[in-house]
Design a binder for this molecule. Structure first.
Ligand code: NAD
Ligand code: ZN
Length: 357
């Protein structure tokens, strides 16, 4: 038996208002005149948070476009631009949801690795440590702040740069930054965490390490989306820790059916991660009966719309593509259904599931 020996994030600061310590945290990481580069979610352009970014010397703020999930071409363009302009940088700081944080991780790695980020989509392909990188979430749920991957859509696949060089050197968990997220977005991203927990806890890879984090994260999700009747500052604080713990849970297990199917939607239709998971989860009674029942209750209680009929009118070729991408996520299926998963989840069965979405 080979046990996973995994690399964790370097430093963590947590607390309401801790974003104000960023200047102090970054000071010792500044190398000569090389700038710190802040990749800030474009939502914050012109918003107060942008003015609070502690710029010094020739530091740069780049407002990143996260309309679509990060692509390898976008990562390459950002890294190339920085190399041409500065040679090197002191660090890359991602401020935003999972997309902005993933961009920051990937750009940091591409400052020191040759070629295209598409060359490193997979497991342990990255050759050199990136430049210093920090992640600052403004949405809670993906667990991207703790994970060893950065999910990218490339020319041939949607797959992360999974490596020991990928985790952040520093994360800044300030629940104040998530306070104004729109209700729907907050729910979709929050459900990413809920689904991570269900998939991890009900998976065949489960162990006490993953369980201890997964059960806590699940309990927090239930607290904020089921038991509490209104959203408040405490909800932001709690969900931020649920995201962290949910990420820690899957670090030592794996996600499952909802993610495997949702990846197919993301690849073909560009459906975003959080909402895609919700669209799929809505139809997974067979695999996660209790989780799906509770999920539907949360959707109703929080007054959220989950789109339906998104696969209507797709061609057979389209279905084949989605099935191919989904079936390619072998560890996810094995975690969900066991070693003999291919006997359980056939192409026909997956086709019928996509048809329902
Ligand atoms: P997101 O980063 O894609 O952002 C969704 C939307 O919310 C965007 O329009 C963004 O501008 C906006 N937004 C962000 N913060 C806001 C705020 N405080 N107020 C208002 N609007 C705000 O959403 P997400 O769900 O956090 O992340 C999804 C992404 O994360 C996907 O690209 C997915 O592939 C990735 N992901 C990565 C991992 C990982 O381990 N690396 C895990 C899960 C998901
Ligand atoms: Zn997820």
């Amino acid at each position: 038996m080979q046990f996973r020996n995994f690399k964790m994030i370097g430093y963590v600061v947590y607390g309401r208002g801790c974003f104000n310590q960023l200047d102090e945290i970054l000071a010792p990481r500044r190398v000569n005149d090389a700038p710190m580069v802040f990749l800030v979610d474009h939502f914050f352009e012109g918003k107060p948070l942008a003015n609070r970014v502690p710029l010094r010397g020739n530091d740069q703020i780049i407002f990143v476009d996260v309309t679509h999930e990060p692509k390898t071409t976008y990562v390459d363009k950002l890294a190339q631009g920085l190399k041409e302009q500065f040679g090197t940088v002191s660090g890359v700081i991602g401020i935003g949801g999972g997309s902005a944080m993933d961009l920051a991780k990937a750009v940091s790695l591409m400052m020191t690795n040759p070629g295209s980020s598409a060359d490193y989509q997979g497991w342990d392909l990255v050759k050199n440590p990136g430049v210093y990188k920090a992640g600052i979430p403004t949405l809670s749920g993906t667990g991207a702040e703790v994970s060893r991957t950065t999910v990218l859509t490339g020319p041939v696949r949607k797959l992360g740069m999974n490596s020991d060089f990928t985790p952040f050197d520093q994360i800044v968990l300030d629940p104040e930054l998530t306070a104004n997220a729109p209700v729907n977005q907050r729910f979709y991203t929050g459900m990413d965490c809920y689904i991570h927990c269900i998939e991890s806890l009900q998976g065949t890879y489960i162990n006490e390490f993953s369980k201890s984090y997964g059960e806590k994260a699940l309990d927090i999700c239930q607290e904020v989306f089921v038991r509490k009747n209104h959203w408040d500052a405490e909800s932001d604080e709690k969900l931020m820790m649920a995201s962290y713990a949910g990420g820690m849970s899957i670090a030592y297990s794996q996600v499952g059916v909802a993610h495997a199917v949702s990846y197919g939607l993301g690849y073909l239709l560009g459906t975003k991660h959080g909402i895609g998971n919700c669209i799929v989860m809505n139809h997974l009674e067979e695999y996660y009966p209790e989780g799906v029942k509770e999920f539907k209750h949360m959707v109703e209680k929080n007054n959220i719309e989950i789109p339906t009929g998104i696969c209507k009118g797709l061609s057979e070729e389209d279905f084949d593509k989605m099935i191919g991408v989904s079936m390619g996520m072998k560890p996810l299926w094995e975690n969900a259904l066991g070693k003999d998963w291919e006997k359980i989840m056939t192409r026909e069965k997956l086709r019928a599931l996509y048809d329902k979405l």
